[in-house]
Design a protein around this ligand. Structure first.
Ligand code: PEP
Ligand code: MG
Length: 324
């Protein structure tokens, strides 16, 4: 099976009816940049930066971060979407933990962009390093766990301040680095048309979007039987986000696990998703499905299916989509 897939490596991910699809890699470690390049991905849709902060007592300095980001950015030939720190909840580290007792509901607490806005110095150092790394390739900055427009604008203002500092210091950076929002909180998905007027791109984080929409802790085994990417509420939020992005003329990617799961590829193509970011190992398998798909047919099949309101109808429809 894999040997057959390798033939797809140099081939573009274009559907049978001629729609180009972008397949991107999710990476975490510095050496993953090479893995991503070799996977046939067209770029990096999610670089999780938490790794730099893990297993250590001291926070990484701007210089250390700049070195790491510059190396990774140089190793990726396409666009690389770098996510700012997503600490807290399921991503705890020694150096980033704020003082005091652990919150009762860490997933609903001070995590990701909330933590960065509360501790702007932490954010400032990372953003300066990211902007400086943008001199070495095509960088986009992505903000995790945005739940309202105010957070996005506040973060954008801090990034603008960092730009002004670098300019004054005469340090090189790319002037037009796009700032985008992860859509992984239901409020952000519902308010997507409003956010789309400010964000340059969206990326749907289904791991958290499913957790928050269905009110199930993603790390609690007792409730993982309820974790359902096909829940109609989840699919409505995904479709609404894709359509809001399209309406505003900004790209919409998906970088949660769902994007790299072959069970959902046809469904997502049918909902209009064009940019999929996943573990590099999944790229060829997903590409295989893309090149065999007739997207116009998938879109027609999905029309109305979501609005039936009946999960079983939806499951049946998806099963039909999967038939060869
Ligand atoms: C997500 O939530 O879908 C996502 C991609 O981010 P993470 O899994 O790192 O929270
Ligand atoms: Mg997430």
């Amino acid at each position: 099976h894999r040997a057959g897939l390798v033939r797809l490596k140099g081939r573009d991910a274009v559907s049978r009816d001629g729609v180009p699809i972008r397949l991107l890699a999710n990476i975490e470690l510095p050496e993953d940049a090479r893995v991503a390049e070799e996977s046939g991905a067209q770029g990096v849709g999610l670089y999780r930066t938490e790794f730099l902060y893990m297993n250590r007592k001291e926070l990484p300095s701007e210089e250390e971060q700049y070195d790491a980001y510059a190396r990774i950015v140089s190793a990726v030939s396409g666009t690389i979407t770098i996510r700012t720190l997503d600490l807290g909840a399921d991503k705890q580290v020694d150096s980033g933990r704020s003082h005091g007792p652990l919150p009762t509901n860490p997933a609903l607490g001070l995590r990701a962009i909330r933590l960065c806005l509360k501790e702007p110095e932490l954010f400032r150092i990372q953003v300066r390093a990211l902007l400086r790394a943008s001199a070495h390739g095509r960088v986009q900055i992505m903000l995790p766990m945005i739940s309202n427009l105010q957070e996005f604008r506040q973060a954008a203002t801090l990034i603008e301040t960092a730009r002004a500092e670098l300019r004054a210091e005469g340090r090189p950076f790319a002037e037009n680095v796009p700032i985008g929002a992860m859509i992984e909180v239901p409020a952000a998905a519902i308010a997507a048309p409003m956010l789309a007027r400010h964000a340059r791109f969206f990326s749907i984080g289904t791991n958290d979007l499913i957790q928050y929409t269905l009110a199930i802790d993603r790390v609690d085994d007792e409730v993982n039987y309820l974790y359902d990417p096909l829940h109609p509420a989840v699919l409505h939020l995904i479709r609404h986000t894709i359509e809001s992005g399209r309406g505003a003329g900004i790209p919409v990617a998906m970088c949660g696990e769902m994007a790299g799961d072959p069970r959902f590829t046809r469904l997502l193509l049918g909902l209009g998703l064009t940019d999929f970011s996943m573990h590099p190992n999944s790229i060829l398998e997903i590409k295989q499905i893309v090149v065999e798909s007739d997207i116009a047919r998938l879109r027609a099949a999905m029309t109305g299916a979501l609005d039936s309101g009946d999960p079983q109808t939806l499951r049946d429809r998806i099963a039909e989509l999967d038939a060869p």
